[in-house]
Write a protein that binds this ligand. Sequence first.
Ligand code: IMP
Length: 180
Amino acid sequence: MRPEVDSVLITADQIAARVKELGEEISRDFRGRELLVVGILKGSVVFVADLIRNLKIPICLDFVAVSSYGASTTSSGVVRFLKDLDESIEGRNVLVVDDIIDTGLTLRYLLDNLSRRQPAELKLCVLLDKPSRRKVEVPVHYRGFTIPDAFVVGYGLDCGGWFRNFPDIWVVKKATAVRA
Ligand code: IMP
């Protein structure tokens, strides 16, 4: 059954303005250098697509896919690669981009794995941060918005695979946001 959405938490206009600011900040920090942007499938695709068009430095783009929630809405803590990077990151400046950091378990695993491949620099950019749900420490270098503990969808984020196409970010109705 397709879940229902409740109310808009962040509008498309607010997102666009913040993504532009993040692009400017990252471009400043990496001025004169090249960057490999690594998006995490599938949730980050909309954010990555907008973010890279706001970067004024030379970039390459790659993606990884790691298992996370499936159809439910809680992190199992068990993370595995479904798709690895196409390129080596040794000696390169890497920016990992994700839609949301919740418990932090997925990103902790991924960043630990990538740092063992000896990148010159490894930074993390997330659109949304739910700090109240964190279980492990993860350094977030670029953050779009800090949000309360609610299950959100839209702008790439899904619930059971739905709503990734919504331009705004919505809160899912409590009865349909199953958290095991
Ligand atoms: P973590 O390992 O608990 O930090 O979970 C990270 C992943 O869980 C994200 O990349 C999302 O795919 C998913 N996730 C966590 N919270 C939400 C939410 O509110 N809406 C949609 N997906 C979420």
